[in-house]
Design a protein. Structure first.
Length: 434
C-alpha cells in the first residue's frame, strides 16, 4: 500500500500521543543549565481569543491573596466499529479544577481555530476564569509533581515575562515533569500556564526535594533571572546557575507537588480572564506542543463523529465532537473530549482492504514553519482546514477538511473501490464512515 505524504511530519501512522505510552515534548526553557538557549516564544498567537495584544500597565508584584488549599481528587454499525480503547494513562490533574474528576469547559481548543474570524493554529487550550467574580480569584494548580522550569511577571507591557516570549503571553509559569514525577517510562513533560495574575516572586510558596512535604516561601529572584544582576533579554525568567546574592552554585531548584496552587487565573497579555494551558513533550520549545487532552483526564471512548461529502471537485470530510457547553469558567464532568488525533482518507477495495490513504496527524501541523495558514499540500493534494467558530457555549467542535486534486495522484475509486474516512482520537478510538 502506497502512502502519500504531506511532509514527513504530517503523514504518520496512528498517533496515540501519551495514551498507551505517554510522551511529551518540551516548551520554552532549557533544562537545568544556561547552556540550553533553545528557547522559543510560546505560541505568541495565543494572546487571548479576542485580540492579538494586551493592553494596560501591569501592576508591580504585590502581596496576593492567600491561595486556597489544593482540592481532593474527587449493536455496532459495520462502518462504525466498536470503540477500541487503548487504555489511556492520565498522569495529570486539570490545572483549573485541581482534580482528575472534573474539567473546566474549554473556550478555545487545541489546533485549528478561528481567532477574530481568521484561521489560527492554537498550541494549547484556553480555560476561562469566572467572569463575574469582580476580580481574579480562580486558582491554578500544578498538574503533576515537578520543578519550576521558568517563571516571571512581565517587566512592562512591552516586554515578555520570559526570554523570547512576547508580552501577549502575560505572566508565565513553566513546570518540568521528569519521568519520576509521572510514571516509569514516561517522557519528560513541560506544562505551561499563561496570562496569570501578578505573582509574588519574593515569597513564592514552593518545596524542595530534601523536605518535599514542607511548603516554604521562596525568593525566586535568587534562583531565576528576574531582574538585577545578570538578567538580560535572553535569559529573563530562566534558571540562574548560582544564587543571586551569594554566588554559590544552585544544586536544587524549587519544586511543587501535584495539585499545589501555584497562581491565579488572570488576563495579563490578554483581553479576558483565562488560563492558556499547554503541554509540551520532551522539550520546552513551541514545536513540541501537544494536545493537552492526551494527558488530561477524560473519558476513553468514541465520542466523535465524521462524514464525507462531494462538493464539485472537492471531497469534504467533516469531523465533529459533541459536548455540553456552558458559561465561561463553568465546570463539567470528564465527558468533554476535544481529542482528535488524526484524520485518514482511505481508498478501499471490494474486500474492504486499504489500497491507499492520505493521513493528517494534527499534532504535526504545529511543527510546520508556518502553521497559521489553513492551506497545506498533502502529496500533491490541496488540503484546506476550515474550523467552525467555537467558544465556551458551543455544543460541538467542528472541523471541515477539504481535499482537492485526488484525481491528479490517482486516488480515485474504480471497479467498486470506495472512499472511507477514519478519524482516530488520542486514545486510539476510531470512527469510520464512507
Amino acid at each position: 500500500m502506497a502512502t502519500w505524504r504531506l511532509l514527513w511530519m504530517l503523514v504518520l501512522g496512528l498517533a496515540c500521543l501519551g495514551c498507551v505510552e505517554p510522551g511529551f515534548e518540551p516548551s520554552l526553557d532549557g533544562a537545568s543549565t544556561q547552556a540550553e538557549h533553545d528557547w522559543t516564544s510560546e505560541s505568541d498567537s495565543d494572546d487571548g481569543a479576542d485580540s492579538e495584544t494586551g493592553d494596560g500597565e501591569p501592576t508591580e508584584p504585590t502581596e496576593p491573596a492567600p491561595l486556597p488549599d489544593p482540592p481532593s481528587s474527587p449493536d455496532p454499525d459495520p462502518e462504525q466499529p466498536n470503540p477500541q480503547p487503548s487504555g489511556c494513562k492520565f498522569d495529570l490533574v486539570w490545572p483549573t479544577t485541581g482534580t482528575d474528576v472534573a474539567q473546566t469547559i474549554v473556550h478555545d481548543a487545541y489546533g485549528p481555530r478561528l481567532l477574530d474570524g481568521s484561521y489560527d493554529w492554537h498550541g494549547g487550550i484556553d480555560l476561562p476564569g469566572h467572569s463575574d467574580d469582580g476580580g481574579f480569584f480562580d486558582p491554578v494548580h500544578a498538574v503533576a509533581d515537578g520543578s519550576i522550569h521558568a517563571i516571571g511577571n512581565r517587566p512592562s507591557p512591552n516586554q515578555g515575562a520570559l526570554s523570547n516570549y512576547g508580552p501577549s503571553a502575560g505572566n508565565v509559569i513553566i513546570l518540568e515533569h521528569a519521568p519520576a514525577d509521572l510514571h516509569p517510562g514516561a517522557d519528560t513533560l513541560y506544562s505551561l500556564y499563561l496570562h496569570l495574575d501578578t505573582m509574588n516572586l519574593e515569597a513564592f510558596a514552593a518545596r524542595f526535594a530534601d523536605d518535599i512535604n514542607t511548603v516554604v516561601n521562596v525568593d525566586l529572584r535568587e534562583y531565576y533571572y528576574l531582574g538585577g544582576s545578570g538578567t538580560t533579554a535572553e535569559n529573563r525568567g530562566h534558571k540562574r546557575p548560582t544564587f543571586k546574592s551569594s554566588g554559590a552554585p544552585i544544586t536544587a531548584y524549587p519544586r511543587v507537588l501535584r495539585q499545589d496552587p501555584i497562581a491565579i487565573i488572570g488576563d495579563s497579555g490578554a483581553t479576558y480572564e483565562h488560563l492558556h494551558f499547554e503541554i509540551r513533550e520532551t522539550s520546552p520549545t513551541s514545536a513540541h506542543a501537544r494536545n493537552p487532552f492526551a494527558y488530561l483526564p477524560h473519558l476513553d471512548q468514541t465520542q466523535h463523529t465524521a462524514s464525507l461529502s462531494v462538493e464539485g471537485a472537492t471531497l469534504r470530510a467533516l469531523v465533529e465532537i459533541p459536548r455540553a457547553g456552558g458559561a465561561m469558567g463553568s465546570v463539567t464532568d470528564l465527558s468533554q473530549q476535544l481529542d482528535i488525533a488524526d484524520i485518514s482518507l482511505q481508498l478501499r477495495d471490494l474486500d474492504n482492504e486499504v489500497i491507499d490513504e492520505l493521513r493528517v496527524v494534527l499534532s504535526e501541523i504545529g511543527q510546520l514553519d508556518d502553521p497559521d495558514q489553513p492551506l497545506l499540500d498533502l502529496g500533491g493534494v490541496a488540503l484546506t482546514l476550515s474550523p467552525s467558530d467555537f467558544d465556551s457555549s458551543s455544543s460541538s467542535w467542528r472541523l471541515a477538511v477539504d481535499f482537492v486534486g485526488l484525481g491528479a495522484i490517482g486516488l480515485i475509486p474504480i471497479l467498486g473501490d470506495v472512499y472511507v474516512l477514519e478519524v482516530t482520537d488520542l486514545c486510539g478510538n476510531k470512527f469510520t464512515t464512507r
